[in-house]
Design a protein around this ligand. Structure first.
Ligand code: PLP
Length: 385
């Protein structure tokens, strides 16, 4: 029996450990220089004017909604095919979520459908770079321009990706990232919001710190105790412990993205003759492959995906399914009107995320491919491969 191959995982080296230990022995455990340093190196990585560190990717989305002044009575268009946090953030601020379907080739938002969903009340649109493939940002920014909408890009899968040569994190009005251990780089828990807008930057910083006009370190250096709570804010701060880990990881992430791209291209080659469909990386983007999802070709009425999933898990291959569309979840079901999003629903019925992370070896990848081929043949769905 082999060790299990995880679908994704983090890597911490001695340098990362030393960076965290330094902070633990120092004066600042939070709101200190390590947070500032991490914000600086992350903004350089993604080409953003401003980067604001927070305590997780969900807080980053929540903060983006607050900074964009999305609130009760507003509608926010969100693709149904995403993680719950992309839509929850709109609900935290009292807005109404309007779900949108995705396009079949990339499973990114269907911009034409989004255009038809815009109403008088639409305030923002959330777009998700599923698996690390940037969505159609030119068309989205144009739509936003036309209707005065704020674009919040949930870029949790897309660290290191580019769209027409522009780095993800520098294109939308607000972009959000997560540093959960399964993402491209980790801080344990953590997140970031990036923006080019100085006013949004100021609001993000204030709102992550209770709505206060200054932070402790600024008051220390100004020699004052005085502060003003300007508006209702939250404690979404990242600690210096987490930030030190993030800053150390940022130095390595470009190489990790390269390895993910190499693994993706090897998968595309190795899986070419199997009865499944892979996502398309459009020529004008550079995907960063947080996930490597495949869609099994249809076979009658039986749930082939369940069989293949069970067989791969039994063989120690850590497959997963991203995502069950949000409109199918209990918490998002609307009263009365049943909503249908055929592309997301069809994809969900066929999807499997294969192991994808920078530490996956070629030998492990070959094992994943062999087990997948075997389980498809056993299921009677494939000609011999
Ligand atoms: C991981 C993720 C989030 C949430 O990030 P957390 O840091 O876990 O809160 C939000 N959206 C997407 C698409 C994600 O993958």
């Amino acid at each position: 029996m082999h060790d299990s191959i995880p679908y994704g995982r983090h890597e911490i080296d001695d340098e990362d450990v030393a960076a965290v230990v330094d902070v633990l022995r120092g004066d600042w455990l939070t709101t200190g220089p390590a947070v500032e340093g991490f914000e600086h190196s992350f903004s350089e990585l993604v080409g953003a004017e401003h980067a604001v560190a927070v305590n997780n990717g969900t807080a980053a989305l929540h903060l983006a909604m607050l900074a964009a002044r999305v609130g009760p009575g507003d509608e926010v268009i969100v693709p149904t095919f995403t993680f719950a946090a992309s839509a929850n953030a709109a609900r935290y601020v009292g807005a109404t979520v309007v779900f949108c379907d995705v396009r079949p080739d990339t499973l990114g938002i269907d911009v034409e459908q989004a255009a038809r969903l815009v109403s008088q009340r639409t305030k923002a649109v959330v777009v998700v770079d599923y698996a690390g493939i940037p969505c159609e940002l030119d068309a989205i920014m144009e739509l936003a321009e036309k209707h005065g909408l704020v674009v919040i890009e949930d870029a949790c899968h897309a660290i290191g990706a580019t769209y027409r040569g522009r780095r993800i994190g520098s294109v939308a009005h607000l972009s959000t990232f997560s540093f959960h251990p399964v993402k491209h780089l980790t801080t344990g828990e953590g997140g970031m919001v990036t923006t080019a807008d100085a006013e949004l930057n100021r609001r993000l910083r204030r709102l992550r710190n209770h709505g206060i006009d200054s932070d402790f370190r600024q008051r220390e250096s100004a020699g004052t105790w005085e502060y003003d709570v300007i508006e209702l804010g939250f404690n979404f701060r990242m600690s210096d412990i987490n930030a030190a880990l993030g800053a150390s990881q940022v130095r390595k992430v470009s190489g990790w993205v390269e390895r993910r791209r190499e693994l993706a291209s090897q998968y595309q080659d190795l899986l070419r003759n199997l009865p499944l469909t892979m996502l398309v990386e459009p020529g004008h983007v550079r995907a960063s492959w947080h996930l490597f999802p495949v869609m099994l070709n249809q076979r009658g009425a039986t749930n082939q995906r369940a069989e293949v999933f069970a067989s791969l898990r039994a063989a120690g291959v850590g497959v997963n399914v991203h995502y069950r569309p949000l409109h199918l979840h209990t918490a998002f079901r609307t009263d009365g009107a049943e909503q249908r999003f055929p592309v997301a629903e069809a994809a969900y019925g066929r999807l499997l995320s294969l192991p994808m992370w920078h530490g996956l070896s070629d030998a492990e990848q070959a094992r994943v491919v062999n087990e997948l081929a075997r389980s498809l043949v056993v299921g009677g769905t494939s000609r011999a491969v």
